[in-house]
Design a protein around this ligand. Structure first.
Ligand SMILES: C[S@@+](CC[C@H](N)C(=O)[O-])C[C@H]1O[C@@H](n2cnc3c(N)ncnc32)[C@H](O)[C@@H]1O
Ligand code: SF4
Length: 493
């Protein structure tokens, strides 16, 4: 048990998230005098002190009543993040002080430094927007946020690639996400909205009708806006019958008055949901991009994670999609799946390289609270941080060999070894929707159960989240309310 005591501020959440990077498997608790545990393994105390208008931060780490580490940030105003926001400097000073104190006593690699958020590239865009150059931004990332050099270069490179797709910001544009929360079965690691067809298949028709209703109603609210990209995700959109998906897509074209979208992605995902008829239907409906996701190219792991398909099926589905003419195919893999190490990732990448997809998304395993894996975590051996790092390096080399560059990235909570998810692409084949959702500079309207719309107000640089309910039955019963939740933002335009 690790106890944390804060004095003079209440950045509880930020401090907790930072300490978790160093001690991912320990219980961490913020305490006051009364709740201080007798048997804590470590006590981290942190003070924000104001003296003569100067703010400083001090951290002391104690084990069994002896101080084992400490650190001081003498003057918070000197933190050079190229922003005048003093509260932000205070928060960064607190995190810097704790980071420095913990770095002295652990050998954990913290590649993203004091950054605990999901979208580190946003910092780079903000600094570019203010007119700073690459060198200055790099120095801020290294000296103030404590990123390692490789990660600093990575996010600057990605931001540079993204800028032509996300700028200029246009208040009138929006993209569309359509949620199909059904899957053939639930994978061990997954916490996405997904209802297994075995159990919930009887609700697919009713869901389709309500989704079509929501598309119809919301499209009317958006008449004066310009539709940019469309993404159908899940779950596994191709898990539902071809006829249902076809009806949904035809409704999209009709409701938004288009005969082709700027970019249209369907996350087909599981190879066991892909056949010739399904692919032909998608092609005829002018779908530009699809995903066929291996996660791993090792049959033993596929069985362990409950994917219920074999590597052969991935190869067959991929070749079929190529024959039908798809020229933009993404493949998702996960690094750090249970019982996998370097040998397995090499096999996965060798097989993927033979197929040569246009996009590859490399996820680092995250132990999600709502997953089956979290419940049964003791039954599996998880990959160590140093091995994860080597495995990620392997994926990076293969991506390079396939002619790909990293073009978007994000981090997740509970991700193994403090790493990240990276989308690679052959230049020119990037998925614009993926960049838009990460950088949050365009409104995304999300329809269907579990969809979370994000409405962007560029003048205030503000985002408002408008969630739909996740539960299928609630969605079916309350679809009018889901429309109303969005109506208030667009009526009168
Ligand atoms: C919405 S999911 C689903 C796509 C599709 N249903 C499939 O399974 O192929 C998108 C991707 O997130 C990744 N993913 C899901 N859960 C994860 C986890 N716990 N850790 C790391 N990656 C995860 C997987 O690579 C998955 O393909
Ligand atoms: S990984 Fe894909 S197929 Fe598996 S449960 Fe999650 S959404 Fe469904």
């Amino acid at each position: 048990m690790i106890n944390i005591k804060l004095y003079g501020h209440n950045y509880d959440y930020d401090v907790h998230e930072l300490v978790k990077l160093f001690y991912s498997s320990e219980e961490i608790e913020l305490v006051d005098e009364k709740t201080l545990a007798k048997n804590q393994s470590l006590l981290i105390e942190n003070w924000l002190i104001c003296k003569d208008d100067k703010y400083s931060v001090e951290t002391i780490v104690t084990r069994e009543d002896s101080c084992i580490s400490s650190s001081v940030i003498d003057d918070v105003s000197l933190i050079d993040i190229k922003e005048d926001n003093f509260n932000k400097k205070i928060k960064i000073g607190i995190k810097q002080s704790i980071y420095k104190a913990l770095s002295k006593i652990t050998d954990i690699n913290v590649p993203w430094g004091i950054l605990t958020g999901i979208r580190p590239t946003k910092i780079v865009h903000d600094l570019y927007d203010k007119g700073y150059d690459r060198k200055t931004i790099y120095n801020v990332l290294i000296n103030e946020y404590f990123l390692n050099k490789e990660k600093a270069d990575l996010i600057i490179d990605i931001a540079n690639r993204e800028r032509k797709y996300i700028y200029p910001v246009n208040e009138n544009k929006f993209s569309l996400y359509i949620s199909i929360p059904f899957c053939p079965t639930r994978c061990l690691y997954c916490s996405f909205p997904s209802n297994s067809l075995d159990r919930w298949g009887h609700m697919v028709d009713e869901y389709t009708d309500k989704l079509i209703y929501e598309i119809d109603m919301v499209s009317k609210l958006l008449r004066n806006k310009e539709l940019n990209t469309v993404y159908i995700g899940g779950g596994t959109p191709t898990a539902i019958p071809k006829e249902n998906l076809d009806k949904i897509i035809k409704k999209l074209y009709q409701a938004f008055g288009k005969d082709e979208f700027n970019e249209f992605t369907v996350e087909a995902g599981r190879p066991d949901t892909i056949n010739k008829d399904m692919l032909m239907m998608l092609k005829e409906n002018k779908v530009h991009r699809i995903s066929i996701n291996p996660q791993t190219m090792n049959d033993a792991t596929l069985s362990l994670i409950g994917r219920k398909h074999k590597t052969d099926e991935i190869i067959t589905a991929y070749n079929l999609a190529k024959e039908i003419g798809f020229d933009s195919i993404n493949m998702d893999v996960i690094v750090g799946l249970p019982e996998e190490g370097k040998e397995e990732i090499v096999r996965t990448m060798e097989e993927i390289m033979k197929l040569s997809p246009e996009n590859l998304t490399v996820h680092t395993m995250a132990i999600k609270r709502a997953s089956k894996l979290k419940e049964s975590i003791d039954e599996f051996s998880l990959t160590k941080q140093a091995v994860i790092e080597e495995m990620l390096d392997i994926t990076k080399s293969y991506a390079k060999e396939m002619g790909m560059v990293p073009y978007y990235m994000y981090r997740q909570k509970q991700i193994l070894g403090n790493y990240e998810n990276i989308g690679y692409s052959i230049p020119g084949k990037e998925c614009i929707y993926n960049m838009l959702i990460m950088e949050e500079k365009e409104t995304i309207i999300a329809l269907g159960a579990g969809g979370i719309s994000k409405i962007f107000f560029p003048n205030e640089n503000r985002l408002e989240r408008v969630p739909n309910v996740k539960n299928l039955q609630f969605y079916i019963d309350r679809v009018d309310e889901m429309v109303d939740r969005k109506r208030k933002f667009f009526v009168g335009e």
